[in-house]
Structures are given as C-alpha cells and as structure tokens.
Design a protein around this ligand. Structure first.
Ligand code: NAD
Length: 275
C-alpha cells in the first residue's frame, strides 16, 4: 500500500463500524494517525444497529495493528460541547489535524407525506446539524496547522438525485452538497479542499434496515419505484458495494493526488447516477 498520508492525522466520525471503520483502516494503511468518534449507543430511533464502544475499540485495535495511533471518543455529533471536548482531549496527542471525514449519518425510509416530524428532525439533526458541528469544531485545527488539508463529507447519491422513499435523508444530503460548495470557497484561501463522496448502495449495518434498502431485493409493492432510481448499473455481489470501495475515494481525496480537486461531488455508485 502506498503511504500517501504519512505524517498526517485524520478525524473520522461514525467510526465504530460500517464505512467509518473502513475509512479509518484505509487512511491508516496509507500512513495516517486517526481520531475516531462514534455515538456508541443505540440512541437513535432506527431499525438497524448503531455502533458500540466495543466496536469503536475494535476499530482502534485494527488501526494500531497497522502501526498507526488511534484516539477514540464517544460523542454525539449533534452535541457541539461533546465535540469541543474531543478537540480538547485529543490536542495533546494529536496537535495537528490534516484530514476531516464527516461520515456519521442516519438513514430513514418512507414516503414524504408519511414521514413523522420526529423522523425528519432526527435525520436533519444528525446528518445536517451534526456535520455542521463536526466541521465547525475541527476545521479550525486544520487552519491553525497552516499546511492546508482536506475535508471530505460523506453524502450519498441521495444528495444529488431524488430517491423515492428517502425524502428526509435526501433533503439532508442535498443540504450537505450546499454546505460543501460554500466551504470549498471559504476555505480555499487556507489551501483546504472540501469535497463530497456520494456512495450508492454499500453493505453496512445501515443497509440491514428492513424498512429501506431491503426494497431492492424484496417483493414490496414499492420495489419497482425504488429500484428504478437506486439500482446500480454495474454487476455487484448481492446488489451492494463493499465499504472499501468508498474508502478508496476517501483516501484519494485525502491525499495530494487530488490536490487541485475541490468543490466536487464524487459518486462511487456503480452507476446509480447514470439512471
Ligand atoms: N450504506 C449505504 O448504502 C450508504 C449509501 C450512501 C451514503 N451513506 C452514508 O455513509 C455514511 C456512513 O454510513 P454507513 O452505511 O456506514 O452507516 P452505519 O449506520 O453502518 O454506520 C454509521 C456510524 O455512525 C454512527 N453515528 C450515527 N449517528 C451518530 C451521531 N449522532 N454521532 C456520532 N456517531 C453517529 C453510528 O453509531 C455508526 O457507527 C452515512 O453518512 C450514510 O448516510 C451510506
């Protein structure tokens, strides 16, 4: 594995399992030390398992097995004070920060007209406000380093196209596209690049949610509408990509190989966007 990120430190949210863990391992394998944050509690109203403290510790063990350091913290990205505490607590061991991967997010499925207000609020507060909090808490540390850096926001194909049954989620991810486009301009003077990665279907605990992605394979009456918009074009084992495919794009955006790439949305979607 190339060491494109030797000497760098990366922050990853939602790092206990799924794509977040995969990003930590890929960035570490390329030489980065990691600050890994997760909610570590089943503290959201969702029909799939969220990350646990044990799982986050396991992420750290796997990063350390790659020869890199890993600082872990239990924090809810909706809670700005909790994130500020991570900034403070990690400052001794990791005074510099170069890469920020705002990955933590929550899914939800259902027709817009049937979406409870509580579900809308939960999705907006995690995906939009939580990502805003993460960026506002940690980006100043990249600015202070004076060496530039890379902010990578994990959006979705749902951030670019309207996937039926993902109204709240799509609205939140479309919002992140706006946030990224503005930040790319505001942070350019510090040589900090801001891009989104927009995954298609990825096999993670989130996609084990029987109320949503299972529509891709099930015999639900809404399957045709959902599939017509969300099915990949390329052949995929079981209809989902492995998280490491998304991590490859994250590592590229984190590295100098993309040093003049900013303000971009990068779909890694096996062809969902071409539909
Ligand atoms: N899996 C997919 O098919 C897919 C497709 C497109 C985009 N995405 C996006 O990719 C990102 C990662 O998704 P995933 O599939 O790995 O999901 P996941 O649910 O498997 O993992 C998300 C992690 O984030 C943590 N998390 C959730 N809310 C949090 C909060 N408030 N504070 C801190 N941590 C929190 C969870 O505990 C969990 O460990 C999300 O932003 C998701 O919207 C996923």
């Amino acid at each position: 594995m190339q060491k494109r990120l030797a000497g760098k430190t990366a922050l990853v949210t939602g790092a206990a399992h799924g794509q977040g863990r995969s990003h930590c391992l890929r960035l570490a394998s390329e030489g980065a030390d990691i600050i890994a944050i997760d909610l570590c509690a089943q503290a959201l109203d969702v029909a799939y398992p969220l990350g646990s403290w044990e799982a986050l510790k396991d992420t750290a063990r796997q990063v350390e097995a790659l020869g890199r350091r890993c600082f872990i913290a239990k924090a809810d990205i909706r809670d700005r004070a909790a994130l500020d505490k991570v900034v403070e607590d990690s400052a001794g061991e990791f005074p510099a920060l170069d890469i920020l991967v705002a990955n933590a997010g929550v899914g939800s499925y259902g027709r817009v007209l049937e979406t409870p207000k509580e579900v809308w609020d939960q999705v907006m507060s995690v995906n939009m406000t939580g990502t805003f909090n993460t960026i506002q808490a940690f980006t100043p540390r990249i600015v202070e380093g004076g060496n530039g850096g890379s902010v990578i926001i994990i959006s979705s194909v749902s951030g670019i196209k309207g996937l039926p049954f993902t109204g709240a989620y799509a609205a939140s991810k479309h919002g992140l596209q706006g946030l990224a486009a503005v930040l790319a301009q505001e942070l350019a003077e510090h040589n900090i690049r801001v891009n989104t990665v927009n995954p298609g279907p990825v096999s993670t605990p989130l996609t084990s949610d029987k109320t949503g992605p299972a529509l891709l394979t099930g015999d639900h009456p809404d399957t045709l509408l959902f599939k017509g918009s969300f099915s990949p074009m390329l052949p995929l084992d079981g209809g989902f990509m492995d998280a490491k495919e998304i991590s490859a794009a994250v590592a590229w955006l984190a590295s100098d190989d993309s040093r003049f790439v900013t303000g971009l949305a990068v779909p890694v979607d096996a062809g969902v966007m071409v539909r």
